[in-house]
Write a protein that binds this ligand. Structure first.
Ligand code: G3P
Length: 215
């Protein structure tokens, strides 16, 4: 299973990269705004800064919602750095744009996926990654993990190569359950990745070993 970090915070990206288990980064306009990154040149520079920290794929989202706009924005993003993956929303023109970039050999991440039907369309268009937002589904009393399960079955039935990128991950059990189901990637805040480390028996066991080592 690949681990991506879901942030535009350079310090957190560096911390996750230094851990040695990071496979990539996902960003979105909200995460960029949270870091105070504004204006096209600053945004592009920030994506480059991220690419210079990590070795894996870095999703950079278009903000246009029409086909021509998504193509021109996506082309600028894709030429910025070979690690950039063009992140495109699950809308009608988005599907057309994903198809366009797929045919040009440019990686895409289809975002804002909330149903199996949307996931099927993203795979048909050839998306590299497809991002179901499991936490946001849980927020509205709908089982986000069940969606991952359904999509895994559908993709396996037909051998679609689109990777299931579980997004909107809120806690470590989301990662564990996604791993059991067979999601290809989980993108998470740093706190959720670090939460995987924790166990009270590890802490007490280590304290005991260290105490005994002094005897
Ligand atoms: O990057 C998309 C997704 O991971 C957003 O998560 O926590 O805003 O629902 P969240």
């Amino acid at each position: 299973m690949k681990f991506f970090i879901d942030t535009a915070n350079l310090a957190q990206i560096k911390e996750a990269q230094d851990l040695g288990v990071l496979d990539g980064v996902t960003t979105n306009p909200s995460l960029m705004a949270k870091e105070g990154i504004k204006g096209q040149q600053n945004i592009l520079k920030h994506y480059l800064d991220i690419c210079n920290i990590v070795t894996g794929d870095v999703s950079a989202e278009v903000v246009a919602t029409n086909y021509d706009g998504m193509i021109s924005e996506g082309e600028i993003l894709a030429t910025l750095h070979p690690q950039i993956v063009v992140k495109i929303p699950m809308i009608k023109d988005g599907i057309k744009a994903i198809k366009y970039f797929t045919e040009k050999g440019i990686k895409t991440n289809c975002t804002l996926v909330f149903s199996s039907g949307q996931a099927l369309l993203a795979a048909k268009a050839g998306a590299t990654y497809m991002s179901p937002f499991i936490g946001r589904l849980d927020d509205v009393c709908t089982d986000g993990l069940k969606l991952i399960e359904d999509i895994r079955i559908i993709y396996d039935n037909y051998g679609y190569e689109t990777e299931i990128l579980a997004a909107s991950v809120r806690h470590p059990m989301h990662i564990i359950e996604c791993a059991k189901i067979g999601a290809d990637v989980a993108t998470c805040p740093l706190s959720v990745i670090l939460a995987l480390l924790k166990h009270p028996l590890t802490d007490s066991g280590l304290a005991q070993f260290l105490a005994d080592a002094k005897k």
